[in-house]
Ligand binder design. Structure first.
Ligand SMILES: C=C(O[C@@H]1C=C(C(=O)O)C=C[C@H]1O)C(=O)O
Length: 132
């Protein structure tokens, strides 16, 4: 941190810019294993696509559609680590023609100011975004 002539604190650390990136996966069925497989594929894929390692992560927020009742994505993610990462899960709002059995994620992380966040939509969730 340095102070500008105007007395404003400025962060010179280029890796401390906060970014947020989106992702989603459609599960083949409502089961614990399908949830575990889905989130343990999605989160590492998001990390790889964005060059993120666990200490860079600020928080991970999930939503799940109301037809997924067998498992919690945050709990399943902890099966592969993320012990000290704040995780959160909520219900996706209901709306007409929603994509069934879908887990969405918003991952917030620290990275370089130049980083262009890359979203990751897996399987049937690819239809949610035409640009992925
Ligand atoms: C289209 C999506 O689903 C919904 C729409 C969103 C949006 O318009 O940004 C975000 C989350 C969902 O409530 C998606 O997950 O990308």
């Amino acid at each position: 941190m340095t102070m500008t002539e105007e007395g404003i604190m400025k962060d010179n650390n280029s890796s401390s810019t906060i970014h947020a990136v989106r992702g989603a996966v459609q599960l083949p069925k409502d089961s614990i294993m399908a949830m575990r497989d889905g989130v343990t594929e999605l989160i590492p894929a998001l990390c790889k696509a964005n060059g993120i390692s666990e200490p860079d992560i600020v928080s991970i927020q999930f939503t799940q559609t109301d037809d997924l009742t067998a498992a919690n994505p945050a709990r399943e993610l902890r099966s592969i680590g993320f012990a000290s990462t704040p995780l959160f899960c909520a219900a996706e709002p209901l709306y007409p023609d929603y994509l069934p059995r879908t887990v969405r994620v918003l991952l917030t992380f620290r990275g370089s100011a130049e980083h262009a966040p890359q979203s990751v939509y897996l399987g049937g969730a690819r239809v949610l975004r035409s640009d992925t």
